[in-house]
Every structure is written in C-alpha cells, then in structure tokens.
Design a protein around this ligand. Structure first.
Ligand SMILES: O=C[C@H](O)COP(=O)(O)O
Length: 331
C-alpha cells in the first residue's frame, strides 16, 4: 500500500480553530461586524491575479520533477462520481481504482479519497475499509444548497452515519450574494458541529460568486466558521476551478494562517482533466503557499476524469511510450 495520506493526521480535534479569544472573535458577533470585516479585506487585483496565474501556468518542469508531480497529483485526488445515475456497482469499481490506480504497477500511489453522494458513502466505506483512503460525501442539498437548515443538517448526519469521514458542503450562495453573511457563517458552524469527527470542506461555488473579491470574502467566511478545507466548486457550474480563483483562495489560507496560526486546506474541483492542469495547480501551490500545502492533508484535486490522464502520462514517463487507452479503465 503506497498511500501517502496518514489517516491519523485527519483525526478530529487535531487542528486548533480560531475560537474565542482570537483576533477574529469579535467580527462574527453581528451581521454588521462581519460585513465590515469582509468588505474591509483588501480587494483582489483582477488583472494581476490573472496574469500571475497565467505566468505560473506556463512554467515548464524537469522530467524528474514531472514524475514526482504526477505521483503527488494522484495522491491528492478526491476521485469523484456525482451523477444521478450512480450505483453501488459504480462506486465499488471507483473504489477499486482508488486503491490501485495502476494494477500493473504497485509503486503507483493510491488516491486521497473517493467522493460520492451521501447515500453511497456506506458502499464506499465498505469497499475502502483498511486502506487509509478517505470517504468524502457531498451534503447540504448539493449542488444547489437550496433546502431548509434542518434538511441540510440531516443530510450531513446521514452521510456521516453511512461512513463518510469528510463532508463537502455547499454554502448558501443566495444568502451570500444578498449580503446575509452571518446566516452563511452560522450555517457552516452548524454543519461543522453535525460533522462530529468528520472533516469539513466548504464549497464556495466561485463560478456563482462572480468576482474574485467575493471569492476572497467567502474563503475568509468559511475559515472563520471552522472549515478544514475550502473548495472552489461543485463541478456542476461553469466556470469551475480556474487558476486565478485557486490563487485567490491560496492567498486567503496563507493569510489566515499568518493571522490565526490555523492551517486550512484548499481543493480546486471541477474541470481539472489533464496532467497539465494538475501540474499547473501544483506549481501554483508551490509558488503561493509553499511546501507546507504540498500534501494530500492540505491540498486536493476534486476530479472525475483526471486520474486516467495522469496514469497515461505516468506510463509514458516510465516506458517512453503511451500504452494506449486500454491501459486505463474506462470511467
Ligand atoms: O468535486 C468534484 C467535481 O464534481 C468533479 O468535477 P469534474 O467531473 O469536472 O472532474
């Protein structure tokens, strides 16, 4: 088993949260204070962010670094299926692929997690028992987030009871865009509590937040409320994960750690399909927040079809030629 993620490091309570007595205790006491804080964050230089992301995206890396990057990217994948037509059989076969992405090569790392709807978390849990691979479940009326608080919390509890050890929740974008920040904050706090020992990823759905300033504000809001990870997108809305938005979120986790001492992970998700996309994200992480985030504990790639391209490129590096599409299983 070459899985690089130590499940122990994700145990509940191992990361201190902002909590009472921190510099940000006061800003979440009232809607007005929270609004003043979020709107007081420095604005994102849109042109600068896009240029920097584009420049980093064209960096070439050496062959040895490429081999490392491919294995690192594989180990960071949340291997995802989020279709209405998902079945226990499909989840079992995804779990088999998660455990041994390349059955011909035992040195190939396993992925970080399998990500499914909550009703299939039990199937994934059973198929992954003893592997160290996490079970992530989307919840809170994914992908729209349109349901009562009660229904959303029941969704979370159900997924955790089914065996999810990571919950990917969506924020209420309607409330956020209407400026009802405290409502969004309180919902995340309630979901975090419903998670119990499960880790919480908060999906901002940046494609619906429209501006980079909003992406920065939503990142801070989620972190203040106790997010273990902030995640770009559901994968159901375009644009999903883009390099500039990932840059903005990486800057937010960097600044949050500097201010509070708490490290939060980042998960771009949606539309990441090629090895090139994955490597660009790793370069971005390295250049923005550094090696502290270059691990599956702190950076994930949410993707349904990226793994096959990584496996094809990995095979090419090892053997000097592509093995053809039948080397990898059809998703
Ligand atoms: O969270 C992960 C996304 O739903 C996957 O999106 P994708 O199918 O574009 O890779």
């Amino acid at each position: 088993m070459t899985h690089v993620l130590d499940p122990g490091t994700l145990a509940a309570g191992t990361r201190p949260g902002p909590g009472p007595g921190t510099p940000f205790d006061d800003v979440t006491r009232s809607d007005a204070a929270l609004r003043a804080f979020l709107h007081g964050l420095s604005g994102v230089d849109q042109v600068g962010a896009e240029q920097r992301a584009a420049t980093l995206g064209t960096r070439s890396i050496k062959t040895t670094a490429k081999a490392w990057a491919i294995d690192t990217a594989i180990a960071m994948i949340d291997l995802t299926t989020l279709e209405g037509a998902d079945t226990p059989g499909k989840v079992r076969s995804l779990a088999a692929k998660a455990r041994r992405p390349d059955p011909t090569d035992p040195s190939c790392p396993a992925v970080a997690a399998v990500c499914v709807y909550g009703d299939l978390a039990g199937v994934a849990r059973e198929a992954l028992e003893g592997t160290g691979i996490h079970v992530a479940a989307v919840a809170t009326a994914f992908p729209s987030g349109r349901a009562s608080r009660e229904v959303k919390l029941a969704d979370v509890r159900d997924a955790v009871a089914n065996g999810a050890d990571e919950i990917d929740m969506v924020i209420d974008r309607g409330a956020f865009l209407s400026g009802r920040y405290l409502e969004v904050f309180e919902e995340i706090v309630a979901v975090k509590e419903a998670c119990g020992g499960a880790h919480l990823k908060v999906i901002l759905e940046t494609g619906e937040l429209v501006t980079y300033d909003n992406a920065r504000r939503a990142s801070w809001l989620a972190m203040l409320a106790g997010a273990d990870f902030i995640k770009t997108s559901t994968g159901k809305i375009s644009p999903a994960a883009t390099l500039p938005v990932c840059l903005v979120m990486l800057e937010a986790v960097r600044d949050f750690r500097a201010a509070t001492g708490t490290q939060v992970g980042v998960k771009p998700a949606g539309g990441i399909r090629t090895t090139k996309d994955a490597v660009k994200h790793l370069v971005l992480v390295n250049e923005t927040v550094g090696a502290d985030w270059l691990s599956p504990d702190w950076f994930r790639l949410g993707a349904s079809s990226l793994l096959n391209d990584l496996l094809l490129q990995r095979q090419k590096l090892r053997t000097g030629h592509y093995s053809g599409p039948d080397h990898v299983s059809v998703d």
